[in-house]
Design a protein. Structure first.
Length: 181
């Protein structure tokens, strides 16, 4: 008969072996499980690897990277020019042109008269008036041109230019010579 409790023979029960029947004083002490060295090996290996990585990173940080040429900063645009006070030039130019235009309009009836029917005195008077008008336009345009060059502003001189052209044409018909400035 197979007694499951017979020593040396495996029994159906796989529990801890029972102490032999004659020794009742001491309880059975199981052997402590053997420590698995794998976690210890992995921990030490990981620590060493971390130290090596830190050393490599720190030693590579001392090297100077290749110098990269920075593009030159963009050129700063010059500040816009300060506005120039050209009010005096504008005022004098517009006044001279305005006076010349007023005189031109006042002698238009004389200009439309037939030159061949005019007396020599009337022709000389008209020629003198036209010369004064042309000089007024020349001075006024010179002031306005200077104001334009200094400030960059434009001026409406269309009426003055038309009147100047008509006065110059009539002055030439009367035998006058225009001065070129």
């Amino acid at each position: 008969m197979n007694n499951p409790r017979t020593p040396g023979r495996p029994g159906l029960s796989r529990g801890a072996p029972q102490p032999p029947p004659g020794r009742a004083g001491r309880a059975y002490q199981p052997k402590p499980a053997a420590n698995n060295p794998l976690p210890l090996i992995l921990g030490i290996g990981g620590g060493i690897l971390a130290i090596i990585l830190i050393f490599v990173v720190m030693s590579s940080g001392d090297k100077q990277p290749a110098p990269v040429e920075a593009p030159p900063p963009p050129e700063v645009a010059p500040p816009p020019p300060k506005p120039v006070d050209v009010s005096g030039l504008e005022r004098e130019g517009l006044k001279a042109c305005g006076d010349a235009l007023t005189k031109f309009r006042s002698i238009e009836p004389k200009m439309s008269a037939d030159l061949s029917a005019m007396s020599d005195a009337n022709r000389e008077s008209l020629k003198s008036d036209l010369q004064g008008i042309l000089e007024g336009f020349r001075k006024g345009m010179a002031y306005l041109n200077e104001a334009n060059e200094k400030s960059g502003r434009g001026y409406d001189v269309k009426d003055y230019m038309q009147a100047r052209k008509l006065a110059a044409d009539k002055f030439k018909q009367l035998g006058g010579k225009l001065e070129q400035h």
